[in-house]
Design a protein around this ligand. Structure first.
Ligand code: ADP
Ligand code: ADP
Ligand code: MG
Length: 666
C-alpha cells in the first residue's frame, strides 16, 4: 500500500479521505489556498502545502501548482475528492507521466464519461437505456428551437461538460428554449470552459436513483446498491438515502447489472456512480456517470459497511476486489442531509459569512443507530464566496427507514449553527413532510410542496403546546435569575408569578406553573397538565427538555419579553406575559415590515451580467428583468407582477450586495 498520499481537495471531502488514510496507516498531505490557512483539512493532515490565492482557478484546480505540491511532498498517490480535478483527464495524465497513482479511474474512462454527449452514446451502444433526445452538439439558439420541437417539449437543455447542476435549463416553449440555450451556454463557458450544448427530453416527475459501482483493474466489477436522490433544488441534491424506497429487487438488479456493464464498457477501475432517472413505471434511463467519489457516498457506506475511500485506494494500488457481488448485503436504512450555507427563505440562494456558532450533534456508532457528520468547518470559521457552500453532511442510520428519519430529526434538532443563513429549518421541514415520510417523492418535490419557496413551518397545536409549556418554564427560570441578579429579596422565587399567558404563532395560551425541585407542572386552561423538566439556564442557546415524558430540543434566543424559539422548521417569537401585560400587548398595533414590492432587490451578493429593461418600460409578470451571476450560476430575476419600470440603478458589470436595489417600479 502507498505510504503517503496527497489530497487534491479541501473541505469535508478532504477531511473524509484523510480519516480513511489515517485508519490505513497512510501519511497524508493537504494542499490549501490563502483562504484555507486555518482550515480543518490542513490541521488534520500530516503535512500541508500552500498552493495560491483563494479562487480555485488560481489554486486548487491549477494542475501545475498541484503537481508542484505532489513533487515537493513525495506523495505516491493523489486522491482528488469530488469537484475540482476529480474528473479531469489531463490531471490524471500529468500524474501518470510522473509515476504517481491517481486514485480514480483510468484516463480513458474519465474522458469518455466526463462528456455527457459521448457517455450517452457509449451507454446506448452498451445496451443501457438513455433519455431520448438529440445527441449532437447544438450550434445556436435557432437550432436549439428546431431540435426542441423535434424532441418535443418539455426539453432539458444541457451542457455536455456540465456538473453540479450547472449549465442546465428546462424549456417548455420556443422562447424558453432560446433563452435557456443562451444561459446554459454562458454558464457552461464560465464554469467549465466548454460551451457545447445538447438537448434531451425533460422527463416530468422522475426520481433520481443512482447506482454505486466498484471495479478493479483486473476486470472485476460489482454494484453496491442504489441511492435515492430525488430531493433536489436547482437540479442538485439536498437529501439522499439508501436504499431507495421505490426499488424492488428486480429493478435494483437490472439497474445494478446495467451500471456495471457500462462501467466495464469503458474499462472502469475505481468507485464510480451511474445516475439514472426513473419514471413512475420503474422504467429507468441513464443520465450520466460520475467517475469519482460522490458527495453522498456515506449512505452507501452505512448500509453496506464498505469504506469506499479504502476500496479506491486499494484499487489504485492494483489490488483485486476482495468483495464479490454476493457478499454485498444491504443492511438497514441511511439518510443524508446536506447542510448548506444557503438561505431557504430566499430561494436557497448562497449565503456567506462567519460561523459564529457551530456545534454539530455528537457522532454515534451503535448497533441500533448511527449518527455521522462529515464536515470541514469549525466554529469561528468562514464560509467564503470562493467555494461550494456546503457546511456538513449529516447522516443517520437505523434498521428501518422510519427510525433513520426519527434519528435525523433529533440530530437536526441538536445541530447548532449561527452567523450565516443555512438550510437546517428546511431540512427539518422535509424530515417531517408527509410526502417524504411516505417515500413517494420525485425530483419535483421541492417545487410542488413549496411552490412559493420555503416560508417556514406552521407547527401543529400539539407541538405548540409543548413549546408553550417549555417557554413558560424557561421564563420562570429567567425571571428567578433576573430578580436574584437585581438582589431585591432573598426569597425571590416567591415574587415570580405562577400565572402566565404564552403567545406564539398567533395564539395566546394561559398557563399556570407549579414548580418543584425537579421541574414544573404546567397547567393549561382546559385542565391538561404537562410536566416540564430541563437543566436549561438563561443564555443557553440549545434547550434540551423533557416535556410530557418526551425529549424536546429547542434553539432558544432572547427577544424582548420572551424568546425566539426555533424548532422543526418553525421560527417563532414566543412571548410570556402576565395576563395584564397580555391584555395591553393585544392593544398594541402590529409592526409591519417595510413595503419592498416596488423594488427589485438583489437576492444575493453577485455580479450584474445584464439588465434587460430601461426606465419607462412596461413589464409583464414573469418577464426577465436582469441576470445576476453568483457562485458561477446565472440567475435570471423576473418581474413578480405587471408594472412600469421607474428607475434602473444598476448596470452590467456592477457588483451588488444582498438587498441592493437593482431597479424601482412606479
Ligand atoms: P454529486 O452527485 O456527488 O452531488 P455533483 O454533480 O452535484 O455530484 O457535484 C459534486 C460537487 O462537485 C459539487 O460541489 C459541485 O459544485 C462540484 N462540481 C461538479 N462538477 C464540477 C466541475 N466540473 N468543476 C468544478 N466543480 C464541480
Ligand atoms: P449534473 O452533472 O449537474 O449532476 P445531471 O445530468 O446528472 O447533471 O442532472 C442533474 C439533475 O437534473 C438530475 O438529478 C435530475 O433531477 C435532473 N435532470 C437531468 N436531466 C433530466 C431530464 N432529462 N429530465 C428530467 N430531469 C432531469
Ligand atoms: Mg448528476
Amino acid at each position: 500500500m502507498f505510504t503517503k498520499i496527497l489530497i487534491a481537495n479541501r473541505g469535508e471531502i478532504a477531511c473524509r479521505v484523510i480519516k480513511t488514510a489515517q485508519k490505513m496507516g497512510i501519511k497524508t498531505v493537504a494542499i490549501y489556498s490563502d483562504a484555507d490557512r486555518e482550515a480543518l483539512h490542513v490541521k488534520m493532515a500530516d503535512e500541508a502545502i500552500h498552493i495560491g490565492p483563494p479562487p480555485a482557478n488560481q489554486s486548487y484546480i491549477v494542475i501545475d501548482k498541484v503537481m508542484d505540491a505532489v513533487r515537493q511532498s513525495g506523495a505516491q498517490a493523489v486522491h482528488p475528492g469530488y469537484g475540482f480535478l476529480s474528473e479531469n483527464a489531463r490531471f490524471a495524465q500529468a500524474l501518470a507521466a510522473e509515476g504517481v497513482a491517481f486514485v480514480g479511474p483510468p484516463v480513458g474512462a474519465i474522458e469518455k464519461m466526463g462528456d455527457k454527449i459521448t457517455s450517452k452514446k457509449i451507454a446506448q451502444d452498451a445496451g443501457v437505456s438513455t433519455v431520448p433526445g438529440y445527441m449532437g452538439e447544438i450550434e445556436d439558439a435557432e437550432e436549439a428551437v428546431k431540435i426542441s420541437n423535434e424532441v418535443g417539449y418539455p426539453v432539458m437543455i444541457k451542457a455536455s461538460a456540465g456538473g453540479g447542476g450547472k449549465g442546465m435549463r428546462v424549456a417548455w416553449n420556443d422562447d424558453e428554449a432560446r433563452e435557456g440555450f443562451q444561459s446554459s451556454k454562458n454558464e457552461a463557458a464560465s464554469s467549465f470552459g466548454d460551451d457545447r450544448i445538447f438537448i434531451e427530453k425533460f422527463i416530468t416527475q422522475p426520481r433520481h436513483i443512482e447506482i454505486q459501482v466498484l471495479c478493479d483493474s483486473h476486470g472485476n466489477g460489482i454494484y453496491l446498491g442504489e441511492r435515492e436522490c430525488s430531493i433536489q433544488r436547482r437540479n442538485q441534491k439536498v437529501v439522499e438515502e439508501a436504499p431507495s424506497p421505490f426499488l424492488d429487487e428486480d429493478t435494483r438488479r437490472a439497474m445494478g447489472e446495467q451500471a456495471v456493464m457500462l462501467a466495464q464498457a469503458v474499462d472502469y477501475a475505481s468507485a464510480g456512480t451511474v445516475e439514472f432517472i426513473v419514471d413512475g413505471e420503474r422504467n429507468f434511463y441513464f443520465l450520466e456517470m460520475n467517475t469519482r467519489l460522490q458527495v453522498e457516498h456515506p449512505v452507501t457506506e452505512l448500509i453496506t459497511g464498505v469504506d469506499l475511500v479504502e476500496q479506491m485506494l486499494r484499487v489504485a494500488n492494483g489490488e483485486k476486489l476482495s468483495i464479490r457481488q454476493e457478499d454485498v448485503k444491504l443492511n438497514g436504512w441511511a439518510i443524508e442531509n446536506r447542510l448548506y450555507a444557503e438561505d431557504p427563505y430566499r430561494g436557497f440562494l448562497p449565503s456567506i459569512g462567519r460561523l459564529t456558532r457551530y456545534r454539530p450533534p455528537v457522532e454515534i456508532a451503535e448497533e441500533t443507530h448511527v449518527v455521522r457528520n462529515d464536515t470541514g468547518v469549525f466554529e469561528g470559521g468562514e464560509i467564503s464566496m470562493y467555494y461550494d457552500p456546503m457546511i456538513a453532511k449529516l447522516c443517520t442510520w437505523a434498521p428501518t427507514r422510519a427510525q433513520a428519519i426519527e434519528h435525523m430529526r433529533h440530530a437536526l434538532d441538536g445541530f447548532e449553527m449561527e452567523g450565516i443563513g443555512h438550510n437546517l429549518p428546511f431540512l427539518s421541514a422535509v424530515m417531517d413532510h408527509p410526502v417524504f415520510i411516505s417515500g413517494e417523492m420525485t425530483t419535483a418535490f421541492i417545487e410542488e410542496q413549496f411552490p412559493n419557496g420555503f416560508e417556514g413551518v406552521e407547527l401543529p397545536d400539539a407541538a405548540l403546546r409543548r413549546i408553550a409549556a417549555s417557554a413558560a418554564a424557561m421564563h420562570r427560570v429567567a425571571e428567578i435569575r433576573r430578580t436574584r441578579v437585581s438582589g431585591r429579596m432573598d426569597n425571590h422565587e416567591r415574587r415570580v408569578g405562577t400565572e402566565w399567558v404564552v403567545s406564539l404563532q398567533g395564539q395566546g395560551m394561559a398557563v399556570t406553573i407549579d414548580a418543584d425541585r425537579d421541574g414544573s407542572n404546567v397547567t393549561f386552561e382546559d385542565g391538561t397538565v404537562m410536566r416540564v423538566a430541563s437543566d436549561w439556564t438563561p443564555g443557553d442557546q440549545l434547550a434540551v427538555l423533557m416535556v410530557g415524558g418526551e425529549m424536546l430540543m429547542l434553539k432558544v434566543g432572547k427577544i424582548s419579553g420572551g424568546f425566539r424559539i426555533r424548532s422543526r422548521g418553525a421560527d417563532l417569537k414566543v412571548h410570556v406575559r402576565t395576563s395584564r401585560q397580555a391584555e395591553l400587548a393585544a392593544l398594541m398595533p402590529e409592526k409591519l415590515p417595510p413595503d419592498t414590492s416596488k423594488f427589485l432587490l438583489c437576492p444575493m451578493p453577485g455580479l450584474i451580467v445584464k439588465v434587460d429593461v430601461e426606465a419607462g418600460d412596461e413589464v409583464q409578470e414573469g418577464q426577465a428583468l436582469c441576470t445576476v451571476e453568483a457562485m458561477k450560476m446565472e440567475n435570471i430575476l423576473r418581474a413578480e407582477k405587471k408594472g412600469v419600470v421607474a428607475k434602473v440603478n444598476a448596470s452590467a458589470g456592477d457588483s451588488l450586495a444582498v438587498d441592493d436595489v437593482i431597479l424601482e417600479f412606479e
